[in-house]
Design a protein around this ligand. Structure first.
Ligand code: AMP
Ligand code: MG
Length: 331
């Protein structure tokens, strides 16, 4: 059973639930069909509001713990962003009554913490494109101690029964604690039943269900095809935004997750907040996570995984076959 007596674990679950609820409210109230597709205002409001809430809560609960978050408030301090900042403040004030535009900016900027011996890393909305489309996205929070992810929590509002995941239509929360396991529960605030996560037992590469980014620019589509041919994979890859893919893998609903390097950005380095929470959830569910060369993810190199290239995550059983296929196609 998940042990919620540890204050860090309880904090992470509670705040990811709240931040997920907040971004759902922004989506319900701001993302309407009337908005053009490239209108980024809802995602801006939701990203910043989510980071402000988590920044504030971390400061209240663990004042000495640094936060490494994706966003910063410099853009929001520009006069031209006044309206957006007011909207953000209005959403945040539903959770923190003393919120003012200036305070909200300062809570967002708490995300500029230094990645040191112990820190938290936050993606206030991972999969922003999925958020705008009404597809998958996640609030991702992880605690990293001495370069190792210790706690990871993902709030996935759109992972629901339709995806054969957690009961109820309120979305899914996944949590892992190093050495203790990984679990799934509802995003609903008053639910405290946790179901253990366990990866699949598929050991035959041809039967693997692949997971990949929905956005083609975040990966390499033709190489994914070569990879699938190399392993004689029969099933079409599942395309999904955000770290929700890691939850599917941890739940045994997929077997291999690839982040190949986009031909447009061959030198891309993964951001720590995009991989920390998801990777521990898969590892604690019995799976394996490495880069495309089989190297362990190195969370000691600052805000990015500077010493790694791409990501390969698997149920463990398929990892070495997948690495061999990646070598064969020169990925
Ligand atoms: P996904 O939805 O799995 O494609 O992942 C979304 C994340 O991909 C975003 O949070 C971005 O930080 C990240 N991203 C942006 N550009 C790239 C790129 N060229 N390669 C890999 N990931 C990227
Ligand atoms: Mg992200």
């Amino acid at each position: 059973m998940l042990n919620l007596d540890r204050p860090e674990t309880k904090f992470a679950v509670d705040i990811v639930r709240q931040a997920s609820q907040l971004v759902k409210q922004v989506q319900a109230e701001m993302v309407s069909p009337a908005l053009t597709k490239d209108d980024r205002s809802p995602v801006t409001v939701a990203d910043f509001a989510s980071q402000a809430l988590v920044g504030w809560a971390l400061k209240e609960t663990f004042p000495d713990h640094p936060l490494v978050g994706e966003e910063d408030a410099s853009e929001l301090r520009q006069p031209i962003r006044k309206l957006a900042l007011e909207q953000i403040t209005q959403f945040v004030s539903r959770y923190i009554s003393q919120a003012t535009p200036e305070k909200v900016c300062s809570w967002i900027d708490l995300g500029a913490g230094k990645p040191t011996k112990l820190f938290w890393t936050l993606d206030p909305i991972d999969g922003t494109k999925g958020f705008l489309r009404g597809d998958q996205y996640a609030v991702a929070l992880a605690l990293i101690v001495e370069g190792q992810v210790q706690i990871g929590v993902l709030g996935c509002p759109n992972l629901t029964e339709g995806n054969q995941l957690v009961a109820g239509g309120k979305g899914t929360l996944a949590i892992a604690v190093r050495g203790e396991g990984a679990w799934l529960t509802s995003l609903e605030a008053d639910v405290d039943s946790y179901q253990p996560l366990l990866v699949s037992d598929i050991a035959i590469p041809a039967q693997a269900r692949l997971l990949r980014s929905l956005e083609s620019e975040h990966t390499n589509i033709s190489q994914i095809d070569y990879f699938a041919q190399e392993l004689e994979v029969e099933i079409e890859p599942v395309r999904m935004d955000s770290q929700a893919k890691y939850v599917l893998l941890a739940f045994g609903k997929g077997d291999l997750y690839l982040r190949l390097l986009s031909p447009k950005q061959p030198d891309y380095r993964e951001r720590i907040w995009d991989q920390a929470a998801g990777s521990i959830i898969v590892e604690e569910a019995g799976g394996q996570v490495s880069d495309l060369h089989g190297k362990a993810l190195d969370f000691t190199a600052g805000r990015m995984l500077l010493n790694n290239r791409g990501i390969l995550a698997s149920n463990g059983l398929l990892h070495s076959d997948a690495l061999q296929a990646l070598r064969a196609i020169n990925a």
